[in-house]
Design a protein around this ligand. Structure first.
Ligand SMILES: Cc1cc2nc3c(=O)[nH]c(=O)nc-3n(C[C@H](O)[C@H](O)[C@H](O)COP(=O)(O)OP(=O)(O)OC[C@H]3O[C@@H](n4cnc5c(N)ncnc54)[C@H](O)[C@@H]3O)c2cc1C
Length: 598
């Protein structure tokens, strides 16, 4: 194990893990305030969820759209969160948004301009006013990340920051209960880096599921590291799914079986996952133009699930697709988007003019959507839950901060409002740096706003009601078959006591803990996860393990266990967490999340 003397002496030393919006922005602020910063990231600097963000970033600026107010942004966020948000955190997010948009601009990020010379403000579902800033049309995340990366590289050239790409954090170091460093893998060797504090900005965990919009780096590492260090986590049952992500048949996610236990168990690498090359969201604007969803038999099915068919709210479309696939006995399968009808109705060339980027990317994936059906499936998109932090980004472990998607500040509640997540990474990343530099660096210590109350960690040992009530899935549904639940038809991926592999885990999670959940499905998932846990031991990091994929696999398994335990504990539907076995009367009384994802 080697040590890298990466910090400048006698100044506050901050380790930042992750180069998405939260990690990049926080690093820049810390460096410019005189701190010595080492930024570690697992792949290249641009490998992040941030890079893929399309829609934009929400903010009520100094000169908002007519009628828009911070109070309205707060209200929209609370409503999307289905009554589960932390109101104080939402107030901070919406009030301080304008400062951090200005901060982004100082680091070279520029937003699209309207005809009057002011920022072009987009309107998105469940926002009551146009307040979405975007860059390069639908390239917002890439433009923002590129600007921040340029600024970071400039500071590296000036010797002000140390960048370690290809550096995978594998464990947090603790001394007397305080985080004082990190262990990481780089170039096949293990290293240790010591600092005064560490900011986790490792993003999300879409790779827990077979279908995801997230890139390959989103393997729940930060959550797992924090849990092993004793940090509280919360809201893990709330995972947002996007209904129409390109399903790329025959393309395989790298990674999976870890040497050692898999060999021992006689496993072979599973190459039949079938989804997830470059993630590609197909925006609902395409359905807005008239595209319809059909199943493998060519049947249009959404009309049977909701009166608005393909234009139903996104969470309803996701659930309808999942239910339909479950009914067909193929819960890990996909349906098809038929955009040919648009071209037929609006004339040749319309799709390429209206959706140039999508047309190109779909062509790159091997489909000409003027002639072909495009395979799509609901995909894990955004994790509302995470490592509990207070309003200053402090976790429950001294010396450990978290910001961005890995954190649970409470702003996203049970369902995220579109375009609020990039903003969360900015606002709370900055607050974490302020706390580190200017005081109140420990959970609950003076120097900042009062911390949020951490939720109890989910009970890993809990189990749920076995029964599957024959409830209707959709309260507004007029034609879906009553009495059918996903649980009754979901294929068991574990009948033969399948051994652990990443692909098996991901298929299990999509089939039993994905868009549609029930006590029965979740209990089955928990049993399989427990069995794998007894072999893989994801609660601990084996000393000297230099296998990067193995670390990720352990993290995914740990995250999946925690997610399933939380989903079992919450027996009612709320926001993005949908329990098909909740009695219909109870469901009807619950606050519903609005409809929104980007
Ligand atoms: C397709 C898509 C579209 C989206 N559109 C929008 C949108 O329009 N508006 C919006 O607000 N949100 C959007 N989101 C969500 C938003 O992009 C993310 O929530 C946000 O970018 C998360 O930022 P982050 O900094 O927390 O993490 P990320 O951007 O995911 O960055 C995490 C970083 O941590 C690194 N990392 C992970 N593990 C380790 C490790 N063990 N060691 C070292 N480094 C590690 C990763 O390599 C990466 O660099 C979208 C997401 C996707 C996937």
């Amino acid at each position: 194990m080697s040590r890298e003397p990466a910090f400048r002496p006698r100044v506050p030393r901050l380790i930042v893990v992750g180069s998405g919006i939260a990690g990049l922005y926080a690093s820049l602020l810390a460096v410019d305030s005189g701190a010595s910063v080492v930024l570690l990231t697992k792949g290249e600097l641009n490998e992040s969820n941030t890079w893929y963000a399309q829609g934009g970033i929400s903010a009520v600026l100094d000169r908002p759209a007519p009628g828009d107010t911070i109070a309205a942004h707060v209200q929209d966020t609370l409503q999307a969160g289905a009554g589960h948000c932390d109101a104080a955190a939402v107030q901070v997010l919406c009030t301080e948004a304008r400062h951090d948009i200005a901060g982004l601009q100082r680091f070279g990020a520029h937003f699209d301009i309207a005809g009057d010379g002011g920022p072009a403000l987009g309107l998105e579902a469940a926002h009551s006013a146009p307040r979405i800033l975007h860059a390069g049309g639908d390239a917002t995340g890439a433009r923002i990340a590129a600007a921040l990366i340029r600024s970071v590289l400039a500071r590296q050239a000036d010797g002000k920051i140390t960048l370690l790409s290809g550096a995978q954090a594998t464990a947090l170091r603790l001394s007397s209960g305080r985080v004082d460093g990190v262990e990481y893998l780089r170039d096949g060797r293990q290293h240790t880096l010591m600092g005064d504090a560490l900011l986790l900005a490792t993003g999300g965990a879409g790779q827990v599921f077979a279908q995801t919009t997230n890139p390959a780096v989103a393997t729940a590492d930060g959550l797992a590291l924090a849990v092993r260090a004793g940090a509280a986590v919360a809201d893990l049952e709330f995972f947002q799914f996007h209904p129409t992500c390109l399903a790329q048949e025959g393309r395989v996610q790298e990674g999976g079986v870890q040497e050692g236990w898999a060999e021992e168990a006689g496993a072979t690498r599973d190459t039949n996952n079938g989804l997830n090359g470059e993630p590609l969201l197909i925006s609902e604007a395409v359905r807005g133009e008239g595209a319809v969803l059909v199943d493998a038999g060519g049947r249009r099915f959404m009309t049977a699930y909701h009166r608005d068919a393909e234009l139903a709210p996104r969470d309803v479309v996701s659930r309808s697709i999942a239910l339909h696939l479950a009914k067909l006995g193929d819960p890990n399968g996909h349906v098809y988007l038929d955009a040919r009808v648009i071209e037929q109705a609006k004339g040749p060339g319309f799709l390429a003019r209206r959706f140039p980027t999508l047309t190109r990317r779909i062509l790159d994936a091997g489909f000409d959507w003027t002639r072909d059906l495009v395979p799509v499936a609901p995909a894990a998109h955004y994790w509302m839950g995470g490592v509990v932090t207070d309003l200053l980004g402090r976790t429950t472990v001294p010396g450990l901060y978290a910001a961005g998607e890995v954190a649970c500040t409470g702003v996203q509640g049970a369902n995220r409002l579109a375009s609020n997540s990039l903003l969360e990474g900015l606002v709370f990343g900055r607050r974490a740096v302020e706390s580190f530099l200017f005081g109140g660096s420990d959970w609950g210590a003076p120097g900042g706003a009062p911390p949020r109350t951490p939720h109890d960690p989910p009970n890993l040992a809990s189990s749920a009601d076995e029964g599957l009530a024959p409830s209707e899935l959709f309260p507004s549904n007029t034609a879906a078959e009553p009495g059918v639940s996903a649980g009754s038809t979901a294929a068991s991926s574990d009948g033969g006591k399948e051994v652990f592999s990443r692909e098996a885990l991901r298929r299990l999670m999509t089939a039993k803990a994905g868009v549609l959940r029930s006590g029965k499905l979740l209990t089955e998932a928990a049993e399989t996860l427990d069995r794998w846990t007894a072999v893989v031991h994801p609660d601990a990091v084996p000393a000297g393990n230099a296998d990067p994929v193995g670390h990720e696999d352990r993290n995914l398994l740990l995250a999946a266990r925690l997610l399933v335990a939380a989903a079992l504990d919450r027996t009612e539907s709320l926001g993005a967490h949908y329990r098909s076995d909740e009695p219909e009367e109870a469901y009807a009384l619950r606050p519903k999340a609005s409809l929104v994802r980007d």
